[in-house]
Design a protein around this ligand. Structure first.
Ligand SMILES: Cc1cc2nc3c(=O)[nH]c(=O)nc-3n(C[C@H](O)[C@H](O)[C@H](O)COP(=O)(O)OP(=O)(O)OC[C@H]3O[C@@H](n4cnc5c(N)ncnc54)[C@H](O)[C@@H]3O)c2cc1C
Length: 346
């Protein structure tokens, strides 16, 4: 069997690269073993503003310009809705924060997203004496829905192997790769935190940040926006909410913990006064990089091997643009932005 590409990993990175190949009429086969669940459990929020300091996310305008039509056309193609527009209400904790909000929302980039007024809190079940700042044109991608639909499509096309990719079986033949009975021009590794098991790229400087999330049932709360304070509270419908997320730099397991739950509960109880019931707790590992930029490019020795990783906490916005950059680099010899190129670590 001959294909142009093998993709290892079908999180958002693998999906975005597969789409890029489809657009360019390249053939491919994807390996996915369900060993990681970061793309599945994640909040899926896209938002170009860093809510702590009211500063722009790196390269946000460009990323959004590509990401919004990317998801829109994917919804059409898969005939599935997964992009949910969702305003974000940032809880203010002081007058100073309110002033910082006005200062930021005046500037050209921010004025498109930050509403220049203070929204008064009228919900008796939320603690927000200083009110909220509202961010619009934001939303969330229901990644579980998207990935499930995409996997079905790949299965139908016979392009998905639901099995672990075994690195020891790669054979190099001139400009090509052989893996079992598959001959390919290139392999693109999109394994998220799973890259630690990849002998060709295991030394990339990933800093794995475990994140835990709770799902709660809170019928009194009644909010239809994403509430952001020390944690976020995201409406899922029918009075269910996702609450998250923790950051743990030492625990590398995928298991939910008591510490994670307690941390989220402590914070949550300071934000809302409504009764609630915990119905689920999940954990995943964010593949983050020290300099907070993704990692793209080819192996320094085996040019047939490439990587798309390090999407960190903002993969919804990053994945579509980064997959175009990597494709153009591999197929059209375009230089990668130095900030994202793997060569910055060579
Ligand atoms: C709690 C939490 C909340 C988050 N919230 C957000 C958010 O709101 N917005 C946002 O944009 N981002 C968010 N993120 C970040 C986001 O989830 C990650 O950046 C993203 O999942 C990375 O995507 P990926 O495709 O690179 O990796 P992954 O999603 O980890 O996908 C890698 C895939 O490769 C597969 N794989 C690995 N090794 C192999 C192998 N040898 N063979 C076959 N398959 C293999 C795995 O099973 C997995 O499916 C969050 C993350 C967490 C943990």
């Amino acid at each position: 069997m001959g294909v142009d590409y093998i993709i290892v990993g079908l999180g958002l990175a693998g999906l975005a690269f597969a789409e890029q190949l489809e657009k360019n009429n390249k053939s491919y086969i994807v390996f996915e073993d369900n060993s990681q669940n970061s793309s599945l459990v994640a909040g899926g929020v896209y938002n170009p503003i860093i809510l702590k300091r009211f500063t722009p996310v790196w390269d946000a305008i460009d990323q959004l310009k590509i990401a919004v039509p990317f998801y829109r056309s994917l919804e059409k193609k898969l005939n599935t809705k997964f992009d949910q527009p969702l305003d974000i209400y940032r809880v203010f904790t002081s007058i100073e924060e309110q002033n910082n909000w006005f200062n930021a929302s005046d500037k050209p980039f921010f004025s498109e997203f930050m509403v220049p007024e203070i929204i008064k809190n009228t919900n008796q079940f939320i603690n927000a004496d200083f009110g909220f700042g509202k961010i619009t044109k934001t939303g969330k991608i229901k990644t579980e829905v998207l990935l499930k639909a995409y996997r079905s499509k790949l299965k139908e096309d016979n392009s998905l192997r639901s099995e672990q990719f075994d690195y020891s079986m790669i054979e190099f033949e001139d400009q090509l790769i052989r893996y079992n009975n598959i001959k390919a021009k290139r392999i693109v590794f999109c394994e998220g935190f799973g890259v630690k098991k990849n002998p060709f790229f295991k030394n990339i400087p990933l800093r794995e940040a475990k994140g835990e999330l709770l799902t709660i049932y809170a019928p009194e709360l009644k909010i239809d926006f994403l509430l952001k304070s020390s944690v976020f509270i995201m409406p899922l419908g029918n009075h269910y909410y996702k609450v998250g997320a923790t950051f743990n730099w030492t625990d590398k397991t995928l298991l939910p913990t008591k510490e994670g739950k307690n941390e989220l509960l402590n914070k949550l109880e300071k934000i809302i006064k409504a009764e609630f019931k915990i119905v689920d707790q999940v954990a995943g590992i964010r593949p983050t990089v020290k300099d907070r930029r993704p990692i793209l490019g080819q192996h320094h020795k085996y040019k047939q091997l490439a990587i798309l990783n390090g999407l960190g906490t903002r993969r919804v916005m990053l994945a579509p643009k980064m997959s175009i950059s990597l494709y153009d680099h591999l197929e059209n010899d375009k230089d990668l932005n130095k900030e994202v190129a793997i060569t910055r670590f060579y």
